[in-house]
Design a binder for this molecule. Sequence first.
Ligand code: UDP
Length: 237
Amino acid sequence: MSLPAIKRVLLKLSGEVLMGNQQFGIDPEFVSELAKEVKAAKETGLEICLVIGGGNIFRGMAGAAKGMDRAQADYMGMLATVMNALAMQNALEQLGVQTRVQSAIEMDKVCEPVIRRRAERHLEKGRVVIFAAGVGAPYFTTDSGAALRAAEMRCDALLKGTSVDGVYDSDPKHNPDAVRFDTVTYDRVLADNLKVMDASAVALCRDNHIPIVVFSIREQGNLARVLAGEGVQTIVQ
Ligand code: UDP
């Protein structure tokens, strides 16, 4: 199985990849490296929507595990994704790539609200649109936000750039014999609870026929290789 022709893509980056080699937060030098990857992909003519997680700063589940109210903690997580989006916007614009940030939680001093038709116009004009604050509701993740925006923006694929190079049949950090799938179906991912994205995100992609490509964004040039069909990756479809 291979990918269909991709004209418009939703690129989801886990918050943790913005940390670089730090344990927490945002490493501007590393964000700048990521922005170069995005710029190179854009220069191939792709329309790019970006969603960035917040796990490098705050995750609601972690707050709840320490006694916080889950919804309150999730709102903090959503705010973390806005900070990441602004960091990426800054890095892209320093490279001359025009961007707009649209947040599912309105904050008009720093970015636009999510307006689909306006996002379409930005893409037509060659801007990268960075969607922040996930779906704008607690008890969700930015994976679900990415699947939602990929569906409403009619993206041809959802690329999940993370720190592992695909989907394995068991956790490669704990099992040296874990095997990476080249391709796997949505239903197998859901039935076997494989660690790709959360179930609601996978189901949304399945129902809207959006292939999910899981790859490592940590190696330089990997995004371009994956888009050219030459990278190490797992395609969920
Ligand atoms: N979050 C949320 N609703 C959303 C998206 C995110 O409540 O629609 C919160 C949730 O607490 C989550 C945090 O924001 O843990 C950061 O997002 P995520 O964990 O998806 O980031 P990633 O793991 O991709 O870095």
